[in-house]
Design a protein around this ligand. Sequence first.
Ligand code: TYD
Length: 151
Amino acid sequence: MSRYIGVQMLEFAQKGDERGHLVIVEGMKDIPFEIKRIFYIYGSGENVVRGQHANRESEFILINVAGKSKVRVKDGKGNEAVFCLNRPHTGLYIPPMIWKDMYDFSEDSVLLCIASSNYCPEEYIRDYDEFLRVIQEEYSGINGQSTQGRK
Ligand code: TYD
């Protein structure tokens, strides 16, 4: 299991038998939140970049149940990482307030997204500069002092 800026690759048990594989993802058991919403992304070309947003509230698990894609995550404090999703029994946990880009989709990619909340457009931050501003505000709030000029 790898861990980076709160983003974490989770490995799910494979309950396979001679009939094939079975992977179970239960809320508050295999993943750290109750499941409120699922959606899935497929048919995205290799040059498409999706996501390009951060969420104020929602947590996500991303699973490439078929094919592969990459996810770049940024915490707005100078840390970033790229994860390759290519195994249906692993899922990438993404906490709130992480900027995410999904890209490099294979033709057969089906990216399953499990979310901790129902869809609410207001909790999406789709402008990267705004994301940096919000992170900066939160950071200075936690430290109780101005962080102006800090990266
Ligand atoms: P978007 O968030 O841009 O997709 P992605 O992150 O995969 O690039 O969503 C595309 C459109 O679908 C946008 O108009 C919002 C809508 N949408 C919903 O209505 N409900 C949802 O749960 C999601 C994820 C998107």
